[in-house]
Design a protein around this ligand. Structure first.
Ligand code: NI
Length: 149
């Protein structure tokens, strides 16, 4: 079993209720003009799910692939996450990640050394899987950081 599987499973058990505790106004508020709101951060995590879903599947079909990196700021800006309801963003994030958890459970471990080249760097599937969960935790911490202040 991948460590990433149990880490993501725990996140999916614990996080949706905590996200739902924020109000629509609280989720939409931008801490500064150039900073993402909670809606935009969770939207960014959906963009991460969508881009990494491609990697998780394609890297099990071919030994070595190349894909473009995604321009994260442009992805967030173009999709105007601020106009979506908070509960719908949470639901999409949750459902998409439940499917990614399922994929993690099905990964053929012999394929974990298959590689992807993104820009000038090359990574294994094992790295991409672990990094996906690290990146998610980083942004969830950002969402919850002012919770107790
Ligand atoms: Ni990020």
């Amino acid at each position: 079993m991948l460590t990433a599987y149990t880490r993501l499973q725990k996140i999916l058990e614990q996080t949706p209720a905590r996200l739902q505790a924020f109000t629509e106004a609280g989720a939409t508020e931008k801490p500064a003009a150039n900073k993402w709101s909670k809606k935009e951060i969770l939207g960014h995590l959906i963009d991460s799910a969508s881009n990494n879903h491609q990697r998780f599947v394609r890297m099990q079909i071919d030994l070595a692939i190349t894909l473009p990196k995604y321009q994260q700021d442009e992805w967030v800006e173009i999709q105007q996450w601020q106009q979506r309801e908070w509960k719908d963003i949470i639901e999409l994030w949750k459902i998409f990640n439940q499917h990614i958890l399922h994929i993690f459970g099905c990964i053929d471990e012999r394929k974990l050394w298959n590689t992807i080249t993104l820009g000038s760097a090359t990574y294994t599937l094992q790295f991409i899987v672990d990094d996906y969960v690290d990146h998610m935790l980083h942004h969830l911490q950002q969402i919850f950081k002012e919770e107790n202040t």
